[in-house]
Design a protein around this ligand. Sequence first.
Ligand code: ZN
Length: 370
Amino acid sequence: MKRLLFVLSVFAASAVTLFAQELPKSIKAGQGRLKARRTIHMPEKIGGYQLLKCDFHMHTIFSDGIVWPSLRIDEAWEEGLDAIAITEHIEGQPSRRGIEKGDHNLAYEIAAKDAARRNLILIRGAEITRLMPPGHLNALFVKDINALTHTDYMKVFEEAVKQGAFIFWNHPGWGVDSIRWYPVHETLYRNGWLHGIEVFNEFEWYPVALNWTIDKDLAIIGNTDVHDVNERLYDFSPSFIRPMTLVLSRDRTEEGIREALFAKRTFIYFFDTLIGKEEYLQEFFGETVEIRPSFHNENGRKMLEIANLSDVPYRLERLDASPAYPEELFLPAGRTIVVSVPDKEQAGIVYKVGNMLTGVDKYLNVRLDF
Ligand code: ZN
């Protein structure tokens, strides 16, 4: 009997433990990807205008892209942009099986709420997609993309302009044997219906198109034209910055960007290269490079620091025939280098910045005061 009581009590005790140790409904494991916006270090202002980082050409599943519109917002926000335009092919819609042909405004409308929640400016745009000529052109700031669906493309341009669109010619050298300014481009230009040209697209740039923007006084534009996830399109390192149009805007608003585009206050950035008007690039360089006072002298030479405060590295080549000064200077992004120069005040040793272009084979020249 004593033995039986012992067995029963052990049983009872273990039953109590079993009920007391109720299992948790779930156990957390691992860690999600950090969702935070990076800061791209460039001058905040140039010529008194705010410098805004913009990408005006990209696609989603609503034409031939493979992502949902809200992903474009998350990407752009995390990558430090101020504004984007989702520009679906009007004629190519739908190009994915299973996606219904329907409302051309849908991609914008889906992304708009996400953009507002991220403080990102989303511009309503569309890609007019015809064979060359005229090729592909983006219309930004349109009000209703569904109204841009005539078979006659001149009617489409007319309607876009009626809606207040800023129109630029996309990748003029893509998918063609030679890059040409066709009579239809002349007509659009003379009508005042062509306002800019995409000189950079995805992985390529078009020197002839750069000359057109200069000769015809059109806005210079550079975009990703991303169809995939952006991180899968480009070789993403922590320092990677996506190709973009830099817009000098009176404020950080859609209307500000619109005014700036029509006023052609733009320049472009892609893979360490900046292209645009001399005045913009000169101020960009001047605002971000600091030559600091000498801290050491030795054998008639002084040592000093040159700091690059921007995320753009600079490659400098000396143009002056002054062999006592460094022939080449590489100023890495966000870093400081030390140089040794003759121990005297020397104003204006001229260097060419190999990754800042003001035209085809025309480089920005800067004067370094040592
Ligand atoms: Zn496109």
